[in-house]
Design a binder for this molecule. Structure first.
Ligand SMILES: C[S@@+](CC[C@H](N)C(=O)[O-])C[C@H]1O[C@@H](n2cnc3c(N)ncnc32)[C@H](O)[C@@H]1O
Length: 284
């Protein structure tokens, strides 16, 4: 059996009891470590699970899935995914490959950032399409996220923006020379996301949002040092939220008063928040 085991959002203790039972008896335990990260080291997981954990990078999962699946028709293999195995990450390709090989699969769900973001007090029912923000380079600034936000904004919905993670990436030069030297990991911050959003609005000028649009920054959701801040995109483009991981929610205009009251509690500047609210959101 191939088990896909969700690990939850913060640390080694967020695994479910059912997930832990699987990990304890599986023949091999892989940790998918490139679409999201737990906020603790691999060694802490191993100590808590009492099992060695094999880190599965993108290359192994995408090109070496048969290695992961080897023998899973006779013994159990656990494939650990941070968050939920099917939340904002898709491991359907691994499951499809397992099916092709006649290997049974089981999913053990857990909290995902897609549900954890409800801690902002914003109603999950009022969210539109989730978008991803990648690190811009001098020559590459993909802006398809802007069109998705526009569609959400047209019907007043919030947008969850998930932020880029770069682990085990090669520089262009090392890639060109075929050198397996990897750059240090990078995790996008709320500030960088907000400034990239403003850069694209400046370029496209379609008024989907402005520097005064309200948003919520969320860092380390589910961890003891979780941090939430509400403010304008301009304010968030300068905010310091600490260690990864970060996400951002751009507010839709269809905000309920309870949602407003909840996020106002962690506004960077309550007077500015109230002024922006009165100007752009109150009558909607
Ligand atoms: C591909 S998604 C997460 C997929 C994961 N399977 C899940 O269900 O949560 C990764 C992105 O989600 C966001 N994220 C994940 N965990 C987070 C957390 N604890 N706090 C804030 N943002 C988080 C970050 O923007 C991160 O780059």
């Amino acid at each position: 059996m191939l088990y896909l085991v969700g690990l939850g959002l913060a640390d080694e203790t967020d695994i479910t009891v059912r997930g832990l039972e699987v990990v304890k008896k599986a023949e091999r335990v892989y940790l998918e470590a490139y679409t999201s990260i737990l906020l603790v080291e691999k060694e802490k997981l191993e100590a808590f699970y009492g099992r060695p954990v094999i880190v599965a990078d993108r290359e192994l999962v995408e090109s070496g899935s048969d290695d992961i699946l080897a023998g899973a028709d006779k013994a159990d293999v656990a494939f650990l995914v941070v968050g939920d195995p099917f939340g904002a990450t898709t491991h359907t390709d691994l499951v499809l490959r397992a099916r092709e090989l006649g290997i049974e699969t089981k999913n053990i769900p857990n909290a995902s950032i897609m549900s954890g973001i409800g801690c902002t007090g914003l109603q999950l029912y009022n969210f539109g399409q989730t978008v991803s923000m990648v690190f811009f380079t001098e020559t590459w600034k993909p802006s398809s996220f802007y069109d998705r936000i526009k569609e959400n904004a047209q019907i007043g919905l919030h947008t969850l923006v998930l932020l880029d993670i770069k682990v085990k990436e090669q520089s262009l030069e090392n890639m060109a020379r075929g050198r397996k030297i990897y750059e240090p990991p990078r995790y996008m911050t709320v500030a960088q996301c907000a400034s990239q959003m403003l850069e694209i609005e400046e370029e496209r000028q379609e008024g989907v949002y402005t520097p005064d649009s309200l948003a919520v920054g969320a860092a380390r959701v589910g961890a003891p040092d979780q941090k939430l801040v509400a403010g304008t995109l301009k304010e968030l483009s300068e905010v310091e939220m600490g260690k990864p991981l970060h996400s951002l929610v751009l507010l839709g205009k269809r905000v309920h008063d309870l949602e407003r009251d909840y996020i106002r509690e962690f506004a960077l500047d309550k007077a500015a928040f109230d002024a922006n609210w009165a100007k752009s959101y109150a009558s909607s």
